[in-house]
Design a protein around this ligand. Structure first.
Ligand code: BTN
Length: 262
């Protein structure tokens, strides 16, 4: 499904500030690496790196991200957030919400966000987000928002190790949108939600709560060190943390993943 996906098609579709300047690459290790290098070399906010295929795509927590030529939308966007580093959790929430909004706008599929920012359809992951930061002399210089959306995979294409947990827009709709159109919609949505991180965080959290696949459900949370926590996910907090009601009381969870949802 490579179609006409390339720099010209992307430039024709992009509507806002995000997406310019653009670097289009048929193949790269990781678009996040290219964007991080570009950011350290003065890339402006909105600069975008898009690749048809990644040979060393990165996921959260040091995991890999599986790519296949022509089948995914994979990009990294350079941002210069004017917020305290402690508010970066909100950027993470904004990115997941924007991706789910754009998918639902273009496909009518009920896309939800599994905290912090996996986008799921019917409980299966369709998109992943990795935000990496660049600090200079202790000051936040840039954040790179990397996003991968599974578009063209059929059930047979999904790698067996993630087959239970993953899906694609093609599997869910049969007629996935062209990648450049989805990219343009996601970028517009990210631009809108990114503005809310600074100007209207309460509004952002209200929309994110509506889109959440997690709030009100029983969860098992896993932390980086392997420790787990069980409870009921009750709400999103000011900086994007998840509040979990446990038998021992309320906990605010910042850096963790949801291992199980019930
Ligand atoms: C995750 O779900 O663990 C995050 C996956 C993020 C994948 C995207 S694809 C574009 C960008 N480049 C990368 O190497 N990773 C992100």
């Amino acid at each position: 499904m490579t179609g006409g996906f390339g720099a010209d098609a992307i430039r024709r579709c992009v509507r806002g500030r995000f997406g310019t300047p653009l670097r289009w690459l048929p193949e790269v290790g990781s678009t996040n690496d290219v964007a991080l290098r570009w950011a350290s070399d003065a890339a402006p906010e909105g600069a975008l790196v898009v690749a048809d295929h990644q040979t060393a795509g990165r996921g959260r927590w040091g995991r890999g991200w599986v790519s296949a030529p022509g089948q995914l939308l994979q990009f990294s966007l350079v941002l210069h957030p004017r917020v305290e580093p402690s508010a970066l959790g909100l950027l993470s929430i904004a990115a997941g919400l924007a991706c789910a909004d754009a998918i639902e706008d273009l496909t009518d599929l009920p896309a939800r966000v599994k905290w912090p920012n996996d986008v799921v359809i019917g409980g299966r992951k369709v998109a992943g987000i990795l935000i990496e930061t660049l600090f200079e002399s202790g000051v936040l210089k840039a954040a790179v928002l990397g996003m991968g959306i599974n578009i063209g995979w059929t059930r047979d294409d999904v790698p067996p190790e993630i087959a239970e947990r993953a899906t694609s827009l093609a599997i869910e709709t049969g007629r996935p949108p062209p990648r450049e159109e989805l990219l343009a919609s996601v970028l517009s949505a990210v631009e809108r939600r990114y503005a809310e991180v600074e100007a209207a965080p309460d509004l952002l959290l209200a929309f994110a709560t509506q889109r959440s696949d997690v709030i009100g459900r029983d969860v098992t949370i896993r932390f980086l060190d392997g420790a787990t926590l069980q409870g009921r996910a009750t709400r999103l907090l000011q900086r994007g943390e998840l509040e979990v009601e446990t038998e021992q009381g309320r906990r605010s969870v910042a850096i963790a993943e949801i291992e199980q949802l019930r």
